[in-house]
Design a binder for this molecule. Structure first.
Ligand code: C2O
Ligand code: CU
Length: 482
């Protein structure tokens, strides 16, 4: 048996937050998309091979075995009936096309986390598209200009839909690169299961979770399995692409035997490589690390009191020496000079034990108590309970932006910006501050950070906490670039 072991608090259900928005013009249905199971068994269709990479994704209610096939399967929401959803692989500089069909009984969208996307393909309901209603289809089509480790997930009622299984990995390969036993994707999640391996439904919407660290689970999976055996190259080096798909859990990984890992990419973007003994991964964050095959016996999750086995590595038979494919040694683009930058202050407040007493909600000032009890709202940015309509700033195209973000709360938050990565001077690795490019930054309580970017991607971009309950409870807003 494995898994996390937090105290699980059961509180009342409430899912009133999303889906109350304005109606937007719906995209026309796709005509003639392949129906039936073909796409599910073989997610990569060969249609339009020249135009790039075409996938069919169906969101549907389904089941997944957490406890082995002798146990009762869990009720899930899945992409193509799998957990995680199918691995989407695209080549850098090509188009990626996803023919998406919603067979769920509720509206949904897909967000392509970390992709510097075209705004109308970003998958944010009410903001960049109308939610895809049950039975509807939507074609996501966009270029992928950066190679790296990304992921995709539902963005409507994400705190519920992602926790029910709607996410998957998205890998953009560099020229000459392929995924093999020295280039491996590891998607980590923590689920809250009850004794019969069912997703704990009663705890969804728990005010306690929403005001504290978010929905924490008690069951760790890597690529959908508990303690899977991952086949790796027997000799040489291996690149592990770790993705944290959890709603709220900050994970920490180390190799058994404490072998070193070399970080080569952060949130998809390559970096100047550096070494670590263990890595911290906030919700939605990714790290690509290089390890030596000799050090690869197992991966441990070490954030709790008891280290947990995350995965075992199994050397393949073939003993040819393999070398991991390495990305560039520097980020996609340099850090801009901020002398004349536009400064935007963002104060994050709220949650348990915080100093938020009242905040604006739908144009009204309400006490935190009222916000919590009547509306399940607990967090604010700049004194306003966030929603898809909460404007944080309106900036000009190509303006250099500094977000001065202040975490004035007692909780860490994984702050994510859509549409572009930002530079941040981080102390998270080895405690020595240095600049990195990333799309989700884990801010500690009381931390102040500057998130720097050139607003060269037009559109309405969400900035929010990726602890999905925090976002649902108000920690989010929009930066408009035009
Ligand atoms: Cu990965 Cu707005 O989200
Ligand atoms: Cu948060």
């Amino acid at each position: 048996m494995s898994g996390f072991n937090p105290e699980v608090t059961k509180l009342r259900k409430n899912d009133t937050f999303f889906n109350k928005g304005k109606t937007m013009k719906r995209r026309a249905f796709i005509g003639g998309v392949a129906t039936g199971m073909a796409g599910m068994l073989l997610p990569k269709l060969s249609l339009h091979a020249k135009a790039g990479n075409v996938y069919e994704i169906i969101a549907e209610h389904g089941t997944h075995y957490f406890g082995g096939t002798d146990q009762k399967p869990s009720d899930m929401m899945l992409y193509n009936a799998q957990s995680p959803g199918p691995m989407l692989i695209a080549k850098k500089s090509e188009m990626l096309e996803i023919r998406f069909k919603n067979k769920l009984s509720e509206p949904t969208t897909i967000h392509w986390h970390g992709i510097r996307n075209i705004n109308e393909m970003d998958g944010v309901p009410e903001l960049t598209q109308a939610a895809v209603e049950p039975g509807e289809e939507f074609i996501y089509r966009f270029p992928v200009n950066d190679a790296g480790t990304f992921w995709y997930h539902a963005h409507n009622k994400a705190w519920y839909q992602v926790a029910k299984g709607l996410y998957g990995p998205l890998i953009v390969l560099d020229k000459g690169e392929r995924l093999d036993t020295s280039n491996i994707v590891l998607v980590a999640d923590d689920w809250r299961l009850d004794n019969s391996y069912q997703i704990d439904e009663d705890s969804f919407g728990s005010l306690h979770d929403w005001s504290h660290g978010g929905r924490l689970g008690n069951w760790l999976t890597i690529n959908g399995k508990s303690q899977p055996e991952i086949t790796i190259a027997r000799t040489g080096t291996i690149r592990l692409r770790l993705i944290n798909a959890a709603n709220a859990r900050v994970m920490q990984f180390a190799l058994d035997g404490r072998g070193e890992m070399e970080v080569v990419a952060i949130d998809g973007a390559p970096c100047t490589p550096f070494r670590l003994k263990d890595i911290t991964l906030g919700p939605a964050q990714r790290l690509d690390i290089i390890i030596s095959a000799d050090d690869a016996t197992r991966l441990m999750e070490i954030s709790g009191r008891q280290p947990i086995i995350a995965a075992d590595f199994l050397p393949e038979k073939d003993n040819k020496v393999k070398q991991a494919f390495l990305p560039d040694k520097q980020a996609w683009y340099p850090r801009p000079d901020i002398t004349h930058a536009r400064q935007i202050d963002i104060d994050m407040q709220g949650g348990a034990m915080g100093n938020l007493t009242q905040a604006e909600f739908n144009g009204e000032k309400l006490s935190l108590r009222e916000l919590a009890q009547k509306h399940n709202k607990l967090w604010a940015l700049n004194g306003v309970v966030g929603s898809y309509a909460h404007m944080l700033a309106d900036v000009k195209l190509n303006e250099i932006i500094v977000l001065n973000v202040y975490n004035d709360s007692q909780w860490p938050h994984a702050m994510h910006l859509h549409g572009q990565h930002f530079w941040v001077r981080t102390k998270e690795f080895n405690n020595a501050p240095f600049w990195i490019l990333r799309d989700t930054y884990l801010m500690q309580p009381s931390e102040k950070a500057q998130l720097i970017f050139v607003a060269d991607n037009p559109g309405m971009w969400l900035f929010h906490c990726h602890m999905l309950e925090h976002h649902a409870a108000g920690m989010g807003g929009v930066i408009a670039v035009s």
